[in-house]
Each structure stands twice: as structure tokens, then as C-alpha cells.
Ligand binder design. Structure first.
Ligand SMILES: [Ca+2]
Ligand SMILES: [Ca+2]
Length: 130
């Protein structure tokens, strides 16, 4: 159930992170300076995506996403679940810091070689581990 909620939150917060399941990329070794492979996500780009998504979800622009705001897109029950899973300080709303903490925590878990990039392979491995 938890992973289902997380998967939903990820899908909402960062579609790019959730997609790519179909592509099983051949092993590639990319030097740190080289452009990322299309399926790979950098920590910085995930943070940017989070920020953009958060701004989209925060319809009244008060810096917090509430279940009411999410409900328009996700439906009230799902919205309450997602807010509940992200709201670490239990104030009933989600801040960008809370979203980031969750998303980057998942990113760091998936980034098994700690190079600051999550490749399609690492994403697939992370999904299998869940
Ligand atoms: Ca808001
Ligand atoms: Ca909160």
C-alpha cells in the first residue's frame, strides 16, 4: 500500500521519473561531464521538476499543496492519501521541502552507484526492490 501511494506521488510529482519502464537500456558508462542518457535523471533535474510540479499543484500559490488542491487532479481520496504520505510534519499540507525530501530520498535510494544520476536501469532496479 505504501509503495502504491509513493508510486502515485511520484507519478504526480515527476512523470519523467516514473516513465521509462519499457526501455531496458544497454549498459552504458557515461563520464560525469558527458550529457546524460535520455532515460537518466539527474538529481538537479528532479529537483527542478519537483519545483515546477509543485508550483502547478499549488493553485493558490501559498507555498503549500493541500488535499483540496490536489483533489482536482487526483480525486479527494487519492489526494488525501498522497498528502498524508508526504506531510512529514503533519500540518495537513505539503511544502516543497517535504516533497523534495521524499523525492530526493527515493532518488538517493535508487542511485545505487552514487553518481548523482538515476539511469533507466537504476529506476528499474528500484522498482523491483519496492
Ligand atoms: Ca497551496
Ligand atoms: Ca507539512
Amino acid at each position: 500500500m505504501k509503495s502504491l501511494i509513493l508510486a502515485g506521488a511520484v507519478a504526480l510529482a515527476a512523470p519523467a521519473y516514473a516513465q521509462g519502464a519499457a526501455a531496458v537500456a544497454p549498459p552504458v558508462s557515461v563520464p560525469p561531464a558527458a550529457p546524460a542518457a535520455p532515460e537518466a535523471i539527474s538529481r538537479a533535474s528532479l529537483q527542478q521538476t519537483d519545483k515546477d510540479r509543485f508550483a502547478e499543484m499549488d493553485s493558490n500559490k501559498d507555498g503549500f499543496v493541500t488535499a483540496a488542491e490536489l483533489g482536482a487532479a487526483a480525486g479527494p481520496e487519492r489526494a488525501a492519501q498522497i498528502v498524508g504520505s508526504l506531510d512529514s510534519n503533519k500540518d495537513g499540507k505539503v511544502s516543497l521541502a517535504e516533497l523534495d525530501a521524499m523525492m530526493l530520498g527515493m532518488f538517493d535510494k535508487a542511485d545505487s552507484n552514487r553518481d548523482g544520476m538515476v539511469t533507466a536501469q537504476e529506476q528499474a532496479a528500484a522498482r523491483r526492490a519496492n
